[in-house]
Design a protein around this ligand. Structure first.
Ligand SMILES: Nc1ncnc2c1ncn2[C@@H]1O[C@H](COP(=O)(O)OP(=O)(O)OP(=O)(O)O)[C@@H](O)[C@H]1O
Ligand SMILES: [Mg+2]
Length: 631
């Protein structure tokens, strides 16, 4: 569909969604769909819920966050259940400011932005629809029109609780424009939009000396005072502060703890009492979610200040720690790169993974559990199986330190180091070693890392590098072995013939001479040793394989190269050991002969076609693995 067509469709959709009617019409609608009158907190909760909730291992995962936030499901579950869900039920947490606390670049702003964009979308859906008194700068809840003395009756009839009082402006309008007939007041459907300042606001403190509370609560409109004659005439007031504009939706309070106290007190009364004071008016009711964010040190210094005690008790703090799973960290980098201007650069396979390994290591706390080292912990956290440990151990590890994930290297640092390496060297292709090197070089310039941490991090660079060596060798090994698929098959058949003869205490027949031979012990052992099968264990291993073969035969399945995981590994390793020499020669200065060159080219082609390399990174990989083997 062309973009012009889409624009047209969008406009038509806008028209279709519009609704306008009298307050009486609105009440009719409420009878059918009471959800329309939900509070701001409830709407946020329903937005998240409606996007889909999945139970994974007894934990809730919300589709709403899935596209942008990875690996922080547990914190999100806590946030949604303990804050949004409770707040939606009108529990007391609703009356507190939500403060997201987490380390730098840990996704706090991403989370808040998702909520904002989400609400904009949601207000356009049936379940998320919002209605307001038409012409009100604060898009006031129409139900405020119901006078206090009738609210009990209203509740009995509609089952809806009304909170908040009609604003001075609308009170005046009802009298002047509608002659006191509230049922005639025009109500319209509104659509949240940060750009249009409807239902979504952002407040970010500026210089404390020049910052005016009016930014939050609006101000007297001096141009109209003369017309209305008095400062206390609400028509002479502009209800255009962020708190006004965010009514019914949410307001993001950036750098809240850096803000002047008097601003915070306004917020407190708003959250606690559901109203705030503006100009010379009675309190103005507002219903909105207030989200702020901060880092740990800022928060600590805030609560250590006695003066902030009262504020403190009215804030609910939710942690947004770093992700601690390698797989998810890799996804974060991929997303950030796709969003950046680096997306045209070739990033060799495993480059991001190796960076992620390093990063996660910096975030993990040293385990105290017996037999677990940091690397094992990292694997367990990533959902990999580690011999001797189960999900119970994983749960225990996670309990060890509640502060885990609140420090370490942030994702933005890694992306910055990758882009700096690319720009500095004008690379069009970058591999794992380039990335690690750049991360390492950057550590000394990183202002906020202590000397102690820097030393630890250097060790982690070495650990990540070792992990890469293993990955790289495996990768080349696999590529080599695949080009030798035939040889692998032959070798396996040969091995199986020998194993069969060995177990049945038979002789083999030489296919050429027809002579009888005893099973080739040397050949069998050379394969078994590749996966560490001892002399004592060889018999059991061979028998196990025969059993597997007959089980396959019984089911009419063909036993092949892939039917036994460990056997396949052994064969691959054996072949690779034999092929090592070729790798060594072809990647050293010695000139390979023609047939060797052909094989190497096949391997490179395979790396490119099937493993995501380009010719630069494939050649680099081979050269690197060659150098590892030559050590
Ligand atoms: N768990 C995560 N999942 C997906 N992306 C993440 C995650 N954590 C961080 N990011 C990415 O890292 C970048 C920085 O995140 P963001 O700006 O949201 O962090 P922040 O906590 O607001 O940081 P700051 O403290 O610097 O304001 C973003 O591109 C974000 O998408
Ligand atoms: Mg931020």
């Amino acid at each position: 569909m062309s973009i012009l067509k889409k624009i047209e469709n969008f406009r038509e959709e806008e028209e279709r969604l519009k609704w306008e009617g009298t307050f009486a019409d609105y009440l009719d609608m409420l009878k059918e769909k009471p959800l329309v009158a939900q509070t701001a907190h409830s709407r946020v909760y329903n937005m998240i819920k409606d996007a889909g909730v999945e139970e994974v291992n007894g934990k809730k995962e919300y589709s709403f966050f899935k596209e942008q936030l990875y690996g922080v499901e547990e914190s999100l579950e806590k946030l949604v259940e303990e804050y949004f869900h409770s707040a939606a039920k009108r529990l007391d947490v609703r009356k507190r400011i939500l403060l997201l606390m987490g380390p730098v670049s840990g996704g706090k702003s991403t989370l808040v932005t998702m909520l904002k964009r989400g609400l904009e979308q949601y207000s356009r859906t049936d379940n998320g629809a919002v209605f307001a008194i038409k012409g009100c700068p604060m898009h006031e809840d129409p139900l405020h029109l119901i006078p206090n003395h009738l609210r009990k009756d209203f509740y009995e009839e509609y089952g809806i609780k009304i909170e908040g009082n009609l604003s001075p402006l609308n009170m005046m309008r009802v009298e002047e424009e509608y002659g006191g007939r509230i049922e005639d007041v025009i109500v319209e459907r509104i659509f949240f939009s940060e750009d249009k300042r409807t239902g979504i606001g952002t407040f970010s403190p500026s210089d404390p000396k020049s910052q005016d509370i009016a930014d939050l609560t609006g101000s007297i409109d001096f141009s109209t005072i003369a017309e209305y004659g008095s400062e206390s005439d609400p028509r002479a007031y502009r209800f255009d502060g962020e708190l006004n504009k965010a009514n019914r939706g949410m307001m993001e309070f950036q750098e809240m703890l850096k803000c002047d106290e008097k601003f915070l007190w306004h917020l407190l009364s708003l959250t606690q009492e559901g109203n705030f004071k503006a100009g010379r008016f009675a309190l103005i009711s507002a219903d909105e979610l207030i989200v702020a964010h901060t880092n740990e040190s800022e928060y600590k210094s805030f609560i250590s200040n006695k003066k902030n005690e009262a504020l403190h008790s009215r804030i609910i703090v939710m942690k947004v720690p770093y992700n601690l799973k390698v797989d998810e960290e890799e996804r974060i980098y991929k997303k950030m790169i796709a969003d950046s201007d680096l997306s045209h650069v070739h990033i060799a396979p495993h480059a991001l993974r190796v960076a992620a390994i390093f990063t996660i290591l910096t975030r993990l706390k040293e385990p105290t559990k017996q037999g677990v080292d940091l690397l094992k912990k990292m694997r367990l956290y990533n959902g990999e199986s580690v011999e001797g440990f189960n999900s119970q151990d994983l749960a225990e590890l996670k309990q060890e330190d509640p502060d885990e994930g609140m420090s370490g290297i942030d994702p933005r640092y890694v992306i910055n180091r990758i882009s700096s390496a690319i720009i500095r060297k004008q690379l069009t292709s970058i591999n794992a070693l380039d990335v690690l090197r750049s991360i390492k070089d950057g550590l000394s310039e990183h202002a906020s890392i202590s000397k102690e941490d820097r030393e630890r991090y250097m060790d982690f660079i070495a650990v990540a590098r070792k992990e890469y060596d293993t990955i790289a060798k495996k990768e080349v090994q696999k590529a080599f072995v695949y080009s030798y698929d035939e040889s692998a098959k032959t070798l396996m058949d040969n091995y199986l013939d020998n194993v069969e003869a060995y177990c049945n205490k038979n002789k083999l027949r030489d296919p050429l001479t027809g002579e009888e031979m005893t099973p080739d012990e040397k050949l069998m052992r050379s394969i078994e040793e590749q996966i560490g099968i001892s002399e004592n264990a060889k018999k059991a291993f061979r028998e196990e394989i025969l059993i597997r073969i007959s089980a396959y035969a019984r089911k009419g399945k063909k036993f092949d190269y892939n039917s036994h995981e460990r056997l396949r590994e052994a064969i691959q390793k054996k072949l690779f050991a034999d092929l090592k020499d070729i790798v060594k020669i072809t990647t050293s200065t010695k000139t390979p002969d023609e047939s060797q060159l052909k094989k190497v080219n096949e391997v490179i082609a395979r790396l490119i076609d099937e493993h995501g390399y380009n010719s630069t990174s494939a050649n680099e990989l081979l050269r690197y693995v060659g150098s590892l083997l030559n050590r």
